[in-house]
Design a protein around this ligand. Structure first.
Ligand code: NAD
Length: 230
């Protein structure tokens, strides 16, 4: 498969959301120009993004909404169950655990972890918050695919290391720090246990800063990709 830009994957998620909306409105067909308009990109961009993964439409006929939706769900791996642990059950961790949207797809919270005696043992939704000391044994006994990291910034690297030591290969990091995959100072090589670990960062404060910049400099925002700019 050709190398695929991260932004293309983000746009696939957007296209999927649009297809879900179209489906709830009983719209059965769409086109690259319709998807493009709704996503705020060019039709060329839509075709290019989808072409990384195969041919989903019929030339001149556009796409069947449920078929394209099913294909995007498959491409994104959303047709399988993903078991998640949340590490750090403070304000953000609790908000995430209480937000019902994750279960629209097959993301399931399997375990909640913290270190604070005032939080460990609390019941949040149908789960009891466990102590971090129990993480490794929990992951050994339960299939866990991802860890969400919602600890204070100065605890994030150590908590990420505990996730990786427990065998978790995917981390969604909410802490505003760069998680190092070769934590020893000066190390060039990725340490063995970090090989193949994927870290995705989520940061709404970074979004606010980008927004402030683009409000002040609207002309610097990327122009939509067209065949001419390729
Ligand atoms: P908080 O202080 O309310 O909660 C942090 C929790 O982490 C506490 O319950 C604490 O006991 C626990 N904790 C500390 N060390 C731990 C460890 N080693 N293992 C497990 N749990 C541990 O903080 P918050 O407001 O929920 O913020 C959490 C993190 O999320 C911070 O890093 C914050 O900067 C970040 N944040 C990110 C976004 C975003 O958009 N990405 C938004 C808000 C907050």
């Amino acid at each position: 498969m050709a190398e695929i830009p991260t932004a293309a994957i983000s746009r696939l998620v957007t296209y999927l959301r649009i297809l879900e909306q179209l489906e709830t409105q009983d719209v059965s067909r769409t086109s690259s120009s319709d998807l493009a308009e709704r996503a705020g990109v060019s039709a060329f961009q839509v075709r290019k993004d989808l072409a990384y993964f195969g041919r989903f439409g019929t030339r001149g006929m556009g796409y069947t909404v449920p078929v394209l939706k099913r294909e995007l769900v498959r491409v994104l791996g959303l047709n399988q169950t993903w078991n998640v642990v949340i590490v750090g059950m403070g304000r953000l961790g609790q908000a995430i655990a209480n937000y019902p949207g994750a279960s629209d797809y097959q993301f399931q919270y399997a375990g909640l972890f913290d270190v604070s005696p005032s939080i460990v043992g609390q019941q949040i939704r149908n789960l009891t918050v466990r102590h971090m000391d129990d993480l490794k044994a929990f992951v050994a006994e339960n299939k866990v695919d991802m860890g969400f990291l919602a600890v204070p910034p100065d605890r994030a690297q150590d908590a990420a290391q505990m996730l990786v030591d427990a065998g978790i290969r995917g981390i969604l990091n909410f802490a505003p720090v760069v998680i190092q995959s070769s934590p020893e100072v000066g190390a060039q090589e990725i340490s063995d246990e970090w090989r193949g670990v994927i870290v995705e960062n989520v940061d709404f404060l970074a979004g606010m800063k980008r927004l402030a910049f683009y409000i002040l400099n609207p002309h610097l925002k990327d122009a939509p990709l067209t065949e001419d700019t390729e």
